[in-house]
Design a protein around this ligand. Structure first.
Ligand SMILES: Cc1ncc(C[n+]2csc(CCOP(=O)(O)OP(=O)(O)O)c2C)c(N)n1
Length: 542
């Protein structure tokens, strides 16, 4: 096949497609979102799940049934998927499962820069890290081989630069993987303690075998150079270092867990000074030092943010002098005409204590609104708001409002609403769902509340107000805040004054998505002749 210019995300999608991956599941999150979208465009079957835990579980079920599966998420998504991941390591898989962890060192678009290499160690699953798009392609194929051979989920860790940079990729052809087929394995897949104890031992045995295999695997590349400086590295750091110290000797690792300790030990002994260049936490250097290998790491300031050629030069030169401040960019802001603006204006005017959440609307924290007081992780607005309501003096408690986007509500807000019903504060509580009909922040993906699939075709729709009502919220109001801002303000005032539990769904389509949504609805109305898809087809009659 001809060579193509692909991003790392597109290369992963192409590899998954070429390798015959049967199903891709995931939840959007920068920098991983494009993978499933590209996989779907190539003709692969891809679907958004309500959240990463569900995506992992659906993937796991498919892999138990013998299929090859791709599960995608950003780094914080792995926190959500961690519960099934850790025990999936015990059960293993029958087909093959690769989980993409797209990490965001430097936090281009995330709330933290957690280094998910730690997950490989704590979940005890192998981890593979590509450096560019060709490796994203080749290593993904290798990840499926590892997963199939050792019957284990594999973490495929990428970072923003690898996900989004474009480089040339040669694609190949592969034989089709075996068809799905259920083979009973009760002791292998039902993790009661008696079976799990044996499973843990099996897992450690697999890791020992994989470590042995990795000692000579072709995922490791050794380049002989100047003996005075040896560099151990992986991922994007490899390219920064090639430019910063082209004369050095290199040991570039592809599979970074379990580490090929003997190969590393031999490399370290072959050079005068052996330096580990890694982005994020001093994860690898700590592991190597713990194994008694004489290596040197980086100074603490380089733990923060992305590395680049200049920073790698500084690490090599042990230069910890102040770094130049990055050029100031233009701060992001809520779009002009964004329906959330009205909501934040009201919250600001009423001096609400706003327990916020993650999405475009987090920008309500910035001037001119400054109408958000907390933001932790997806879904936290409910729990954090309720916690404040429980302990604050009444006058303050009455000012507490939780706000959450529609996609985030479906992702992990519903359980917070269950908590609100179960443990209601004495002053009641108000949740405002900002329903703009899309997952705007990550590029307008569909979610269960839109009633459309990843490919924008109609499917079952989860209706937010029905969820709130069925859970027992008495005061549920759906309103377009922009249609009558004064009326919206009065509504919020009324809800804050009472002691009831209330939900206001502020519904108005994202300005940037509205045209596309109308087009999807028109297309669906044309296609849908036998209407049995409930609310998804509602616009048909309009
Ligand atoms: C666990 C986790 N998964 C994914 C993300 C990426 N992400 C942040 S907010 C968000 C959803 C935003 O959609 P919505 O709640 O509808 O708000 P909008 O952006 O449309 O205002 C996503 C996918 C994340 N931060 N954390």
């Amino acid at each position: 096949m001809a060579r193509m210019l692909l991003s790392g995300d597109e290369a992963v999608a192409a590899a998954a497609f070429d390798a015959g991956v049967t199903l891709g599941t995931g939840y959007p999150g920068t920098p991983s979102t494009e993978i499933l979208e590209a996989f779907s465009k190539l003709g692969g079957k891809a679907q958004w799940s309500p959240n990463e835990k569900v995506a992992m579980e659906v993937g796991l079920g498919a892999a138990y049934a013998g299929a090859a599966v791709l599960v995608t998420m950003k780094h914080v998504g792995v926190n959500v998927a961690a519960d099934p991941l850790f025990t999936a390591a015990y059960t293993g898989v029958t087909g093959a499962l690769v989980m993409i962890s797209a990490d965001d060192p430097g936090m281009a678009s995330s709330q933290n820069e957690q280094d998910n290499r730690h997950y490989a160690v704590s979940a005890a699953v192998p981890m593979i890290e590509p450096s560019d798009s060709q490796e994203a392609y080749d290593f993904l194929i290798a990840a499926y081989d590892v997963s199939r051979r050792w019957k284990i989920p594999v973490i495929f860790r990428m970072t923003t630069r690898v996900c989004h940079s474009k480089s040339l990729v040669s694609r190949r052809q592969f034989p089709a993987p075996p068809a799905a087929d259920f083979v009973r394995d009760i002791k292998g897949r039902v993790m009661i303690p008696a079976y799990a104890r044996a499973a843990h031992r099996r897992l450690r045995q697999k890791l020992a075998e994989m470590a042995q295999w990795n000692e000579t695997s072709n995922l490791t590349v050794r380049t002989a150079g100047d003996k005075s400086l040896g560099i151990i590295t992986s991922g994007i750091s490899y390219f920064h270092t090639c430019e910063a110290a082209p004369q050095a000797s290199f040991l570039k690792l592809g599979m970074t867990y379990p580490l090929p300790l003997n190969a590393i030990r031999a490399f370290a002994a072959s050079v005068d000074r052996c330096l580990v260049i890694e982005e994020g936490d001093p994860w690898m250097v700590d592991a190597l030092l713990a194994a008694g290998i004489k290596v040197e790491g980086k100074a603490e300031p380089f733990r923060f943010g992305e590395l680049n050629v200049d920073r790698v030069r500084r690490i090599i030169n042990r230069d910890t002098s102040p770094e130049p401040a990055p050029a100031r960019g233009k701060p992001p802001q809520l779009c002009m005409g964004c329906p959330y603006r009205t909501v934040f204006e009201v919250l600001r005017k009423l001096d609400c204590i706003v327990s916020g959440d993650i999405g475009c609307y987090t920008l309500g924290v910035l001037p001119p609104f400054e109408a958000m007081d907390t933001c932790v992780c997806m879904g936290a607005s409910l729990g954090v708001g309720l916690g404040m309501r429980h302990v604050l003096p009444e006058a303050q408690a009455r000012r507490v409002v939780s706000i959450i986007g529609d996609s985030t509500f479906v992702h992990s807000g519903i359980s917070g609403l269950v908590e609100m019903i179960y443990n209601p504060p004495a002053t009641g509580h108000l949740l405002i769902i900002l329903d703009n009909g899309t997952t705007a922040m990550t590029g307008q993906q569909e979610h269960p509340g839109t009633g459309r699939t990843l490919t924008h075709d109609p499917t079952g729709k989860v209706t937010l107000e029905k969820i709130a009502q069925s859970l027992g919220v008495k005061q549920v109001q759906v309103t377009d805040p922009t249609a009558d801002p004064a009326g919206f303000e009065q509504l919020v005032r009324d809800r804050l004054a009472g002691n009831e539990l209330s939900v206001i769904i502020a519904r108005k389509a994202c300005l940037l998505a509205a045209g596309k949504i109308r087009e999807y609805e028109r297309r669906a109305a044309e296609q849908c002749t036998t209407c049995d898809c409930g609310d998804a087809c509602a616009p048909r009659g309009q």
